[in-house]
Write a protein that binds this ligand. Structure first.
Ligand code: PAF
Length: 290
């Protein structure tokens, strides 16, 4: 496995790897890899000849009071996990190379990024869209894999690819969960034991809504309070949102007549956790092919 730091090295590697029409998949990450990331790598391996993992804690997507400085980093462990997972190259750029002094262009999605996390974290999706556009330009992948835990991020990137004509196919992997149901996240390591066990209310709240949905309930005005009640049992410090939105536009949905997302963001102490389920009237049990 090659570990590449310079942008020029990464470009050269991709050029060579892509000869003879061999396909290249990118799995963008901010490191601190867990089983969720490794599932994305497996999906990438099944879909392309070569797999590149980028490992870059992107300063542009963190707000001034967020956890950029303390975001967990362990490059040696990440590289070992990538090697074991059969990754061909890891791209670990330097922040100074990605954002040299004087850089003044950003990429901003203006619709699906505005609600949910976009409202709570101003500038976050501008940072995500900018770094992903840069990674696509540098790595030149044929496809890229993202996890649906960050559902709004997925929609922003789908719009980015469509609106700016990136020739990159976006694959979306279902949420990977701990055995007790907590969605895997690099930020789970911040949780105290008490917060960790209270955080299970998130999964329970989403499941309670799914049961109602499966039994035929289609009104967001019924599902959202149900989610709120179950969340309250875990006493999160803040519930930022627990909302049903249309999957395509991410605008609030009244009645679920098309595929929708039930998305939750809560805080336990300083730790912000997000999770979601898809609510599709044509597939009420929400069974997703992996
Ligand atoms: O999901 C993440 O880890 C990040 O937002 C991403 C896509 C790697 C961009 O920095």
């Amino acid at each position: 496995m090659d570990v590449l730091h310079a942008i020029s090295e990464m470009r050269g590697w991709s050029r060579t790897a892509g000869t003879g029409n061999r396909s290249l998949a990118l799995v963008p990450t901010m490191g601190c890899l867990h089983a969720g990331h490794l599932a994305l790598v497996r999906m990438a391996r099944q879909s392309a000849d070569h797999v590149v993992v980028s490992n870059f804690v992107n300063p542009l997507q963190f707000g001034p009071s967020e956890d950029y400085a303390r975001y967990p980093r362990d490059l040696d462990r990440d590289n070992r996990l990538c090697r074991e997972a059969g990754v061909d190259a890891v791209f670990v750029p330097d922040a100074g190379d990605m954002y040299p002094a004087g850089a003044s262009v950003v990429v901003e999605e203006t619709r699906v990024s505005s609600g949910l996390c976009g409202r709570m974290r101003p500038g976050h999706f501008r940072g995500v869209a900018t770094v992903v556009a840069k990674l696509f330009n540098i790595v030149q992948p044929d496809l890229a894999v993202f996890g649906r835990k960050d559902a709004q991020q997925v929609r922003v990137i789908q719009r980015l690819v469509q609106d700016l004509d990136f020739p990159v196919r976006i694959l979306v992997h279902p949420i990977v969960r701990e055995p007790d149901g907590l969605a895997m996240s690099s930020r789970n390591v911040y949780l105290s034991p008490s917060e960790r066990s209270r955080a299970l209310c998130i999964r329970r709240a989403l499941e309670a809504a799914r049961v109602l949905f499966e039994s035929g309930e289609r009104a967001a005005g019924v599902l959202e309070p149900c989610v709120g009640e179950v969340l309250a049992v875990g006493r999160p410090d803040v519930v930022e949102y627990a909302t049903v939105v249309d999957w395509d536009t991410l605008e609030p949905a009244g009645q679920i007549m098309r595929p929708c997302l039930l998305a939750v963001a809560v805080r336990f102490g300083r730790t912000r956790l997000i999770d979601n389920i898809l609510l599709d009237p044509l597939n009420p049990a929400g069974i997703e092919p992996v």
